[in-house]
Design a protein around this ligand. Structure first.
Ligand code: NAP
Ligand code: GDP
Length: 347
């Protein structure tokens, strides 16, 4: 039985990947960091919590990385743990550099000492392209990052290339464009919108505030992207691959589509200046033809289908919550939504 270690198993991609690899017959290990309130809701939501082995570990702490390697003794490592939110990286540039950049190298260093044969996946990002002007970005497009997050990911990207060339490690970069799902973090724009319009449609909120409506992103569906990660590590040779949908849509289009599905007016959606970023990437669209040719990977779920499944799932969850049901879910206990709970219980 193949063994796998996933860092960041409690996040969106980690949870989907754990389920995918468990179903493939892998023995799945995952690291999680100590938090005052454990964050296992996604693993419960996907009904995978009792099927994985959890190892305490923080990617800022090399000794915990070494212990995770010893305990899991993996054939493959998927390094997904990171400070993953671009917006926060402007306020926490050093922390982001440490977690999102150096974190990757801490794992590579331990891997190099422990067992050079372990295959390694690095969660690289389209944010590395930043303001580079090429309209359709592929593996050969130069990087021009404009956020601490993007810069940290570029550092990790080149270190992966270096460990591949110098130490002969099977280390690959997946340059993934934005990928979303009903278990995406609430701070990211797709889920912020799907959750927001769901609440408005049920009378639980009056409005939703957003930042830059003109920004365009290439939004795909996370469960399909984690399959692509696995395909990369099944190749004879390590390499770098773009996973994307080859379409980009604006935040404004996202709002229009989500409001249509929820049956609410777009006038409920407002712009808040404080939500604008100091520097925002205007447009990201990815060319996945290399992945299609070499991995036989292609995206199935595109923009409209993705927004529909996210909005419908969030409406369903708030309806269940209104009936008093308890289930694994983030929104009702998040800062913003706890105000809704107070409003509701006061009635
Ligand atoms: P996510 O939902 O934010 O998950 C991030 C994971 O990292 C969580 O499990 C988090 O743990 C963990 N983590 C954070 N700090 C940690 C620390 N100090 N030690 C150990 N674990 C830590 O992100 P995602 O969407 O699944 O993305 C996975 C990876 O792909 C990230 O590296 C992200 O930057 C990259 N990526 C994502 C996208 C996308 O569109 N989703 C696109 C390109 C690249 P907690 O649960 O404790 O917070
Ligand atoms: P990113 O591409 O990794 O930064 O993913 P996000 O989902 O955080 O942001 C995607 C785009 O949506 C960026 O251009 C943001 O500036 C824009 N955006 C507009 N309003 C919001 C908002 O309220 N929250 C977030 N997260 N992004 C927003």
């Amino acid at each position: 039985m193949k063994r796998v270690l996933i860092t960041g198993i409690t996040g969106q991609d980690g949870a989907y990947l754990a389920k995918f690899l468990h179903n493939k017959g892998y023995k799945v290990f995952g690291t999680y960091r100590r938090l005052s309130t454990p964050n296992f809701w996604r693993l419960h939501y996907l009904q995978i919590f009792d099927k994985v082995e959890l190892i305490p570990g923080d990617i800022v702490d090399s000794s915990s990385v070494a212990q995770a390697l010893e305990k899991s003794n993996p054939d493959e490592i998927y390094h997904l743990a990171a400070q993953s939110f671009v917006d926060v990286s402007f306020n926490q540039p050093l922390y982001t550099g440490d977690m999102t950049g150096f974190g990757c190298v801490r794992i590579l260093e331990q891997l190099n000492k422990f067992n050079k044969k372990i295959k390694f996946y690095q969660a690289s990002s389209s944010e590395m392209f930043g303001v580079e002007k090429t309209p359709l970005k592929n593996e050969k497009t130069p990087f021009h990052p404009v956020s601490p997050y993007g810069v940290a990911k570029v550092y990790a990207f080149w270190m992966v290339n270096m460990y591949r060339k110098i130490y002969g490690i099977h280390a690959s970069n997946g340059i993934l464009f934005n990928h979303e799902s009903p278990i995406r973090g609430l701070e990211f724009v797709t889920r912020h919108v799907s959750n927001g319009v769901a609440k408005i449609s049920l009378g639980l909120s009056n409005e939703l505030y957003l930042g830059n409506l003109d920004a365009k992103r290439d939004w795909g569906y996370a469960p399909e992207f984690v399959e692509g990660m696995w395909m990369m590590l099944q190749q004879k040779n390590p390499d770098d691959y773009v996973l994307a949908t080859n379409e980009s849509h604006s935040v404004r289009e996202l709002v229009q589509e989500a409001c249509k599905i929820a049956g609410i007016s777009t006038s409920k959606i407002k712009q808040a200046k404080q939500k604008l970023r100091p520097y925002d990437v205007p447009d990201l669209k990815g060319d996945y033809s290399k992945a299609e040719k070499k991995l036989k990977w292609s995206p199935k779920t595109k923009f409209k289908k993705l927004i529909k499944l996210m909005v419908e799932e969030d409406i369903k969850r708030w309806e269940r919550w209104l009936k008093g049901e308890q289930f694994p879910w983030d929104a009702a206990t998040s800062g913003e939504d706890s105000k809704v709970i107070i409003k509701k219980t006061k009635k």
